[in-house]
Design a protein around this ligand. Structure first.
Ligand code: ZN
Length: 277
């Protein structure tokens, strides 16, 4: 079976999807070298696929430490990730956690051998920091920290392509239901920072669902967070992965799309609204 396929997104960016079609990864190609952004679930030989696709030296960075983005890291010698997410990565790096999530997407997952699961990354992560730049030759990628979804959450601005990779930082179902999330009050600061860079990009790429959103997504999420802080959001009960939470904008129960046709939405628990004093 072919595990992966790819599609060109911009002049320098290629999207790589696994057959289960969740948590895509991106490859940015420069004239001298490349940059792989995220490594997926760590199920199947992504490295062999990327090595062949790249045909050039490249570095590997992780947008954040969640298992669906970071668990392929064990295939590479050195990987960049914010040190703020190391504990989070380790917590869910085992095969059982991956199986638990992947079973939502892969039919008959039990029929696949355990040898397909990439070993845990046991070396020290290179610390990825706000403002780090990767000059690939003719294209430069800048890291912009956007803590919220996790403490070490990073977005990536591909300047020459006027494109930003939001990852899970800000999206259609931005999650504030797990312990690793900041408060929405703190997340607002991250979104204002991304807003201040808005003149530098025209496209927003993500890694779940449609993997792309109109530029209005950021304004939508800012408005949603403001309404949660004001207590004027729709505040509808919702269950995510067995966790009771609230969804800020009402969605159709079948399609999970917003009833007003817009994209942005936020799932949250009340404890994540205000910063801890
Ligand atoms: Zn995530």
């Amino acid at each position: 079976m072919d595990f992966y396929r790819n599609e060109a997104v911009t002049e320098h960016i290629t999207r790589i999807r696994a057959f289960w079609n969740d948590a895509c990864v991106y490859y940015v190609r420069g004239e001298k070298s490349g940059l792989l952004i995220d490594t997926g679930y760590g199920f199947g030989d992504l490295k062999a696929y990327v090595d062949e696709l790249a045909g050039q030296p490249y570095e590997v960075v992780l947008s954040h430490g969640h298992l669906d983005h970071a668990n392929g890291a064990g295939q590479w010698e050195s990987v960049y990730m914010s040190h703020k997410d190391i504990d989070l990565y380790r917590q869910f790096a085992d095969i059982a956690s991956r199986k638990n999530f992947l079973s939502n997407y892969v039919k008959n997952l039990d029929t696949y051998p355990d040898s397909l699961y990439v070993p845990v990354y046991d070396r020290e992560f290179l610390d990825l920091k706000d403002g780090d730049t990767f000059d690939l030759g003719g294209v430069c990628v800048e890291t912009i920290a956007a803590p919220g979804h996790t403490q070490g959450m990073m977005t990536f601005l591909v300047r020459e392509d006027r494109t930003i990779l939001f990852g899970d930082a800000c999206g259609v179902f931005t999650l504030f239901v797990m312990p690793e999330a900041s408060s929405l009050e703190e997340f607002m600061v991250s979104m204002e920072k991304l807003k201040s860079r808005e003149t530098e990009y025209d496209r927003i790429l993500r890694q779940h669902g449609t993997c792309e959103s109109p530029k209005s997504l950021l304004d939508e999420d800012i408005a949603i967070v403001q309404s949660i802080l004001d207590g004027t959001d729709d505040h509808e009960p919702f269950v995510f992965n067995g966790i009771d939470c609230f969804i800020a904008r009402a969605v159709d129960p079948i399609t999970k799309r917003r009833r007003d046709g817009k994209e942005g939405n936020i799932l949250y628990i009340p404890a994540k609204i205000r910063a801890e004093k």
